[in-house]
Design a protein around this ligand. Structure first.
Ligand SMILES: [Fe+2]
Length: 228
């Protein structure tokens, strides 16, 4: 199951996989409030709170809820490095770094720098990690992506499902980029398309959009690549 994205606040989808032994969430969300809504939904469905939360990347809307999660968190080593840097940065400086005339969403979630609580992940991995949750295996891979240098893709091989976070998007610098899909680098996009193919996934789950068939996603991205 998953908590769908909330476009009014640019909150991403939060994923959930229940194994026989472990429950695993995908992304910590934007804030403690976001985590609270997600956990209420789990409670309403009689599902246990996550034992493990995987971060797809370090951007604030995926990671600033980390201090409020249940259980432990896992991210690739670059995401961990980015979040350790955020944690060391004075709150008002960090706040300003995410807010500009062109990008407004963090201000909607946090009215002031004082309300930011930054945590860094408990466990880091390099390149690949497998989690056996009991009856279901979850594969994490740190992949090249046009969106950021720290994208983790989360594959459920038995289901052919791939959570990509924002990895299919280009780089997002302004609100306008959210509308256009972001700014793509040719090399990163070509490499990312190869990674998508190699996973063998049938369904792609984005953080800020509806799930899509992998073949449609690859065709769409190839169209963008051809125009670069
Ligand atoms: Fe992002």
């Amino acid at each position: 199951m998953y908590l769908p994205p909330d476009h009014s606040l640019d909150r991403p989808l939060l994923g959930y996989i229940k194994g026989e032994r472990l429950s695993v969430a995908i992304d910590a969300g934007s804030s403690a409030a976001h985590v609270g809504i997600f956990y209420s939904e789990l409670d309403n469905s009689d599902l246990p709170l996550p034992d493990i939360t995987i971060l797809t990347h370090s951007h604030w809307d995926h990671s600033f809820g980390l201090a409020a999660i249940h259980g432990i968190s896992i991210a690739n080593e670059v995401t961990c490095r980015h979040l350790r840097e955020d944690k060391r940065t004075p709150a008002d400086e960090l706040y300003r770094s995410y807010i500009s005339e062109d990008y407004s969403f963090l201000r909607k979630e946090y009215s002031s720098p004082d309300s930011l609580v930054i945590a860094s992940p408990d466990i880091s991995f390099r390149d690949h990690l497998l989690i056996d949750a009991g009856g279901i295996v979850i594969e994490l891979m740190h992949a090249v992506s046009p969106h950021t240098d720290d994208s983790t893709l989360v594959l459920i091989p038995s289901e052919g499902i791939l959570f990509v976070g924002d990895a299919s998007s280009g780089e997002i610098i302004s609100d306008a980029d959210l509308e256009t899909g972001g700014r793509y680098g040719k090399e990163e996009l070509a490499a990312f398309i190869d990674v998508l193919r190699a996973t063998g996934a049938r369904t792609i789950i984005h953080s800020h959009a509806e799930p899509v068939a992998a073949e449609d996603e690859i065709s769409y991205l190839e169209g963008i690549l051809a125009g670069l």
